[in-house]
Ligand binder design. Structure first.
Ligand code: MAN
Length: 495
């Protein structure tokens, strides 16, 4: 429509363009005016690609490839129009909004409709007033948010210091635990070799037990035979005694006389090989020495080995056991599969060494957690560290959503509380990323992102499910408030 009307008004447009060119070129910011001055009646496109007669500036025909000859019309595709908005904030509009019959809200001086197709009142004074009020409120919020954020930063600094101390303390603890463990392992190793030696002794003991049982059986049989023979001899002795006392020497029986003479010449019978005391000892040494499985009742290893030596000596003394070397060498292969002997002392040492190892692993894990906490991105001056665990919620549509800073996100209904995610990290934009929430039916695990904007308090503004089970939380918080704005630099287009 503008083009049709323009055809009817070409002469007045040319005139207007020429007049404006003297002091100000329409649609051009003050900072660029210099480049729009006529040089020998020519305008040089801003990309220096060509020069055109000055009258063709803003003539509603696009000459320059970069569109720079039509800053005040909609002739060039993708061009921009500078709206000065004196007294308020200048803006750039897409050039297709120029003279389109609509008063642009942002162009409060009405200069976008300069052709007069629509009458646009200058509302910049009112707009500036409203803007100042809004800015004042925003600034007040920024200030109080910033104040809180600075407090949080101080808290975060203290927390960091405390964690740093804790790292040093835990590191020292880990170092000394490592040394203690090394000592402990060395003494355990010593105990283990002692125990291995003891195990060899225990092996000899097994052999000895077997031999002992065999000999004990044999001795008992012999002992019975001896008793039987003694009884026979006693009977014969009685017979011979009767004969020697009652025979008739007058018969001159030489055989009887010779037997009686030999009987009377016999020395009295000696004792059997084993005395009663020997037999008692034999019974006593049937004690079977305890093995590993009954270790809790074992005597201390030193007394145990003493006992075994005594036991072995006794067996050797009474001739039931060969010297230890011959027994153990012949028996070592048969008992090699048995469990090694372990004293209570060794078992205790093993258990306490294992405990020390476990404690060391736990403390090392704590140390690593502390160290990685110090390396984590907790935002500007570590500020997020101070707000961990602060929770707030809002009822949005069907659910109450809860944000726990640096901890969890939940979606709650009267009947259920669904974990949207556990805190994972702070992304490059400063948003809090939560992951690994409850799995969606037929979908992924829930996850969420918390976008922050400046506010005097923590406040959940909105939640949207950007994709199924992926939620974006909009939160106001002092966390997003910045310090005072930098002073305005000179050479800006604002007035
Ligand atoms: C629940 C809510 C929704 C989600 C569906 C997925 O209804 O958690 O936000 O989209 O489950 O099944």
């Amino acid at each position: 429509m503008y083009r049709i009307m323009l055809l009817h008004c070409l002469s007045c447009l040319a005139l207007l363009g020429h007049v404006l060119a003297v002091d100000q070129v329409r649609g051009v910011p003050p900072s660029k005016l210099q480049a729009y001055q006529s040089v020998n009646g020519q305008f040089e496109c801003l990309d220096h690609s060509k020069r055109i007669p000055y009258e063709r500036l803003n003539d509603d025909y696009c000459d320059c490839p970069d569109g720079s000859d039509e800053p005040g019309t909609s002739a060039c595709v993708g061009g921009t129009f500078f709206c000065q908005n004196a007294g308020h904030i200048p803006v750039y509009l897409p050039s297709n909004r120029v003279n389109d019959g609509v008063c642009e809200e942002s162009c409060c001086d009405g200069s976008d409709e300069w052709l007069g197709l629509t009458k646009c009142p200058n509302t910049c004074r009112q707009k500036a007033k409203e803007y100042t009020e809004i800015q004042g409120k925003k600034e007040a919020i920024r200030q109080s948010g910033w104040k809180i954020k600075q407090e949080w930063q101080k808290t975060a600094h203290k927390l960091r210091m405390a964690i740093t101390d804790e790292v040093q303390r835990t590191q020292a603890q880990v170092d000394s635990m490592r040394i203690n463990l090394m000592d402990k392992e060395a003494s355990l190793e010593k105990l283990e070799s002692e125990s291995a030696a003891m195990g060899a002794a225990a092996t000899s003991q097994d052999e000895a037990d077997t031999i002992l049982a065999r000999y004990q059986g044999a001795i008992k049989v012999l002992q019975d035979k001896i008793v039987e023979q003694q009884n026979r001899i006693a009977q014969l002795e009685t017979i011979m005694k009767d004969v020697s006392e009652g025979y008739n020497p007058n018969y001159q029986d030489m055989a009887v006389k010779g037997a009686v003479t030999s009987f009377n010449a016999l020395t009295p019978m000696t004792q059997s090989g084993l005395s009663d005391q020997d037999m008692q000892e034999l019974d006593q040494i049937t004690i079977v020495m305890p093995r590993a499985q009954t270790s809790t009742s074992l005597p201390p290893s030193s007394s145990l080995s003493g006992f075994w030596n005594h036991y072995r000596t006794k067996l050797v003394d009474i001739g039931l056991l060969q010297r230890a070397s011959t027994v153990s060498s012949s028996s070592s292969s048969s008992s090699s599969s048995q469990a090694p002997f372990e004293s209570k002392q060794l078992l205790d040492a093993k258990a306490s060494t294992e405990r020390m190892r476990e404690e060391l692993v736990t403390t090392e894990r704590e140390l690593n957690n502390l160290k990685s906490s110090l390396e984590e991105n907790f935002g500007e001056n570590d500020v997020y560290r101070a707000v961990k665990g602060q929770c707030f919620s809002a009822l949005i549509s069907d659910y109450t959503y809860e944000v726990c800073l640096l901890q969890t996100l939940h979606q709650k209904s009267p009947s259920a509380s669904t974990l949207v995610g556990n805190f994972d990290h702070v992304d490059e934009q400063g948003s809090l990323v939560y992951r690994h929430g409850q799995k969606c039916w037929n979908g992924p695990e829930r996850s969420g992102r918390v976008d922050l904007e400046c506010g005097a308090v923590n406040e959940l503004l909105s939640v949207r499910e950007a994709q199924k089970c992926e939620y974006v939380f909009r939160v106001r918080s002092p966390l997003a408030c910045s310090g005072p704005p930098a002073p305005l630099s000179s050479g800006r287009d604002e007035l």
